[in-house]
Design a protein around this ligand. Structure first.
Ligand SMILES: [Zn+2]
Length: 182
């Protein structure tokens, strides 16, 4: 494994991660974020979070629950390969705080961005509820236990959970229902 980002959780397809996640782990948070545990590295993501919290009760619940954890989630828009919509990777643990990186496909329509982000926030809560996760390796071990493998390769193993899939689907439905009510 070349760097901490060797093991990730994703929706689909393979991706190559670089060690830039280590740099992001040490970058300063954006102070204006309403939810300090959720740190948006791209101002365009503010719209997704604001709309998600407004229109989806589950998205709002997930972001609220994150605030009570020791997990900080950096979120960035990224050009993801193939049909990969988003992923989460473990960055580092320091001073009682665990840091993960969520990447969301930059070109997704807004409702899709929100649903994918909600899916990844469910993963962040799974990390939060698993104190044994303190590295990419221990995260992989935990997901071997409570998740399922989507693909296994020499440099990268991809996991998912039914809870995250369900969260994304529920948020997607709530967004649609909110639109219908307008
Ligand atoms: Zn997932």
């Amino acid at each position: 494994m070349r760097c901490l980002a060797g093991i990730v959780i994703v929706h689909a397809a393979r991706a190559v991660l670089s060690c830039i996640v280590i740099t992001l782990a040490t970058s300063a948070p954006i102070r204006a974020d309403p939810a300090p545990r959720l740190r948006l590295t791209d101002p365009r993501l503010r719209l997704a979070v604001a709309a998600g919290r407004q229109q989806s009760p589950l998205f709002r619940t997930l972001t609220n629950q994150l605030e009570a954890t020791d997990v900080v989630v950096y979120v960035q828009c990224a050009r993801l390969p193939g049909h990969l919509a988003g992923d989460l990777s473990f960055m580092t643990a320091a001073a009682g705080v665990r840091y993960v990186l969520v990447r969301i496909g930059w070109d997704l329509p807004l409702p899709r961005k929100i649903a994918i982000l909600g899916h990844e926030l469910q993963h962040a809560l799974e990390v939060a509820r698993s104190p044994d996760i303190v590295s990419a390796r221990t995260m992989a071990a935990a997901y071997e236990r409570f998740g399922f493998v989507k693909s296994r390769g020499p440099e990268r193993t991809e996991f998912d959970t039914l809870a995250a899939v369900d969260a994304g689907a529920t948020i997607w439905r709530e967004l649609a229902e909110w639109d219908d009510g307008e």
